[in-house]
Design a protein around this ligand. Structure first.
Ligand code: FES
Length: 167
C-alpha cells in the first residue's frame, strides 16, 4: 500500500518533470536557434536583400523597386514585402524609404501634378524634395529615411534603413 503510494508520487514527479522539461525546451529552442544560427541571425538582423533591379538600368529619375524578404522571429517565419524609391545621383545609388514622416502613409514620386520633381504624400499633401528633404510648410517634420544599398552581380541589393544622409 505504502509502496504503491510512493511509486505513484514518484510517477507523478517524473511525469511533471518530464512535461516541464519538454515545455522549457519548447520555449528555449527557438531562442537558442535564433541566437546561434548565423543564417537566422542574418535574416533577422536586416542583412541585404536581393532585388531584380539591374543597377545599369537605374536612372536619375526615382523609380519604385519592390523587394521581399523573410522575417524570422522566435516563433515563425513570414514573408514581408517592401518598397524603395531608387535613383542615381551621379554614380551613387540612392534608395529612399516610401514611408511618410508625418503619419506613415506611402509617398509617390511626382504624385502631384503641381510638383513633378518632388515626392508627394496623398494623405495630407506632404511633399519632399528628390533627396528626401521634407518641404517646409507641408505636414512632414523630417526627411525620408534612406536604405543602405549595394550591388551584387549587376543587381541592386537593399539593406537596412538609416536616417537620411543626403540632407
Ligand atoms: S501621412 Fe504623409 S502627409 Fe500626413
Amino acid at each position: 500500500m505504502s509502496n504503491n503510494r510512493v511509486s505513484r508520487r514518484q510517477f507523478l514527479n517524473y511525469t511533471l518533470t518530464g512535461v516541464g522539461g519538454f515545455m522549457a525546451a519548447g520555449m528555449l529552442m527557438p531562442m537558442v536557434r535564433f541566437a546561434i544560427d548565423p543564417v537566422l541571425q542574418k535574416a533577422g538582423g536586416g542583412d541585404f536583400v536581393p532585388t531584380d533591379k539591374k543597377v545599369a538600368d537605374i536612372t536619375d529619375v526615382p523609380e519604385r523597386v519592390d523587394f521581399a524578404f523573410e522575417q524570422v522571429d522566435a516563433w515563425y517565419t513570414s514573408e514581408v514585402t517592401s518598397t524603395a524609391w531608387v535613383y542615381k545621383n551621379g554614380d551613387k545609388i540612392i534608395a529612399l524609404s516610401p514611408v511618410c514622416k508625418h503619419l506613415g502613409c506611402t509617398v509617390n514620386w511626382a504624385g502631384s501634378p503641381d510638383h513633378p520633381d518632388q515626392f508627394f504624400c496623398p494623405c495630407h499633401a506632404g511633399r519632399y524634395e528628390k533627396n528626401g528633404n521634407n518641404v517646409k510648410g507641408t505636414p512632414p517634420l523630417g526627411p525620408l529615411d534612406e536604405f543602405e544599398v549595394r550591388e551584387k552581380d549587376g543587381l541592386l541589393q537593399i539593406g537596412k534603413t538609416r536616417p537620411n544622409t543626403l540632407v
